[in-house]
Design a protein around this ligand. Sequence first.
Ligand code: NAD
Length: 371
Amino acid sequence: MKIGILKETQKGERRVCISPTIAKQLIEKGFEILVEEDAGVNSSFKNSDYEKIGASVEIRGVVFKEAKVLVKINPFDEEDLKLIDNSHILMSQLFHKSHPDLIKAIAEKGATAFSMDAMPRISRAQDMDVLSSQSNLAGYKAVILGAYEMTKIFPLMMTAAGTITPSRVLVYGVGVAGLQAIATAKRLGAVVEATDIRMETKEQTESLGAKFISVDNSGEEKAEGGYAKAASEDYARRQKEAVNKSLFQADLVITTAMVPGRKSPILITEEQIKQMKNGAVIIDLAAAQGGNVELSKLNKTVIKDGVKIIGTTISPESVSTNASDLYGKNMFNFLKHLIKDNEFVWDLEEEITDETLIVHNGKIRKNGKTE
Ligand code: NAD
């Protein structure tokens, strides 16, 4: 079966969906790999790196004509749609809930499409979960960005000129990004604290050597499928009471709290910022979903009362080599799951297939039922 690796066209995107290392593993599994010319250049992979492992590098039109499976990171765009027909099986993050027109257009072409961001949060799907693999890198990069923006260093340092006390880092939201932020800040020598509405994250936080700030979550709706539910106003008040002391002492705050399908909760208000340390930095990783900080703006730095608030997603583009390797490995595992003996299995009752298959032979599916 021929798999086409397409070059990303979205502005600012530097990743490629399958790196040469992973393409080699697919070839060893019996797949033929076609790569659109220069697909990997922004992730430091040359065309010759793909050719060396046995893939063929082709112009765009040839990849669409020859490959049955077309793989991307970002949703297929209008230019892609012109070249898509009913022989194609598309795989990318489609963000289908916010792109109904794209889904309709794919269906009109009679094609089939899987959405990587619809991966269920079950143990056996973990190695196919692109949202997790990419958030992990975002958590790491948030700490690096914070270190760059701070006017202090992280570790305790004893020098002849005096002792430097370690910086204090506070992480809101101990999901995939938050856990990696905790681990990275600890490795750099900071004193780290974290909080989350899901109490099961206490043990995970402590296993990394950080302190967990517990907030009584009794009365809150319980999380489902690994996701958090929106917190009540009463919880937000209790959270402030529990966390404020640490917030007002923190040198770096990283906020990652998200609630799938909803606007992110505001966890830090303007009133709280007034009481924070002069020179403190907040990296709001939830900025694209509305932000966890009242004053944050996506892709902007706002300075208020001496506190620098950076609204970002620190999308994994900024570490595109690793991000491409991990996204590619997720794709490899997904393809291995769907295809046996060079044929798609099409087990529509199976949970991973059911949830990720959005359009099947031109029909839009909903909750696993073909309309
Ligand atoms: P996320 O990005 O949706 O949210 C980040 C964190 O913010 C979560 O831990 C959430 O509980 C927390 N949060 C939400 N509202 C909050 C509030 N008001 N106050 C404090 N914290 C708040 O989550 P995520 O990082 O994608 O993952 C969450 C969990 O799901 C993790 O435990 C992860 O391991 C699990 N997960 C499992 C799989 C799988 O099994 N295949 C895949 C992905 C994630």
